[in-house]
Design a protein. Structure first.
Length: 113
């Protein structure tokens, strides 16, 4: 409502834009974000398995945030990084050729933040 008033637009237009683009969210996100690419190349090379491992470890589903508000898990249709598939973005940093084992390793650093 704040945005609609500020832009002098109907609430329905603002809501339509906010729900169309996947990077907009109507709920608060976690302190850290993990976005897994689910484009064709990433999916074929194991992106789905990466998501399954993260969902199991974090005990949340894609689109959700952990109860302690530390991690939000998202999926993207395509990150445009097909050459390093499967790609995952941890707090804005792209990591390529990810596997469930690599994503879960402490070497990523995102789990310790």
């Amino acid at each position: 409502m704040y945005i609609a008033r500020g832009l002098k637009l109907p609430l329905s237009r603002v809501y339509g834009v906010a729900t169309f683009y996947h990077l907009f969210s109507l709920k608060p996100s976690g302190a850290h974000t993990c976005v897994v690419c689910m484009g064709t190349a990433c999916y074929v090379k194991g992106g789905g398995e990466v998501i399954k491992a993260l969902e199991k470890e974090l005990e949340i589903k894609v689109g959700e945030t952990t109860p302690d508000h530390q991690m939000s898990l998202m999926a993207a249709r395509c990150l445009g990084a097909c050459g390093i598939a499967p790609a995952v973005v941890f707090d804005g940093r792209v990591a390529g050729k990810q596997t469930p084992e690599v994503v879960m390793s402490k070497n990523q650093g995102w789990q310790e933040k």
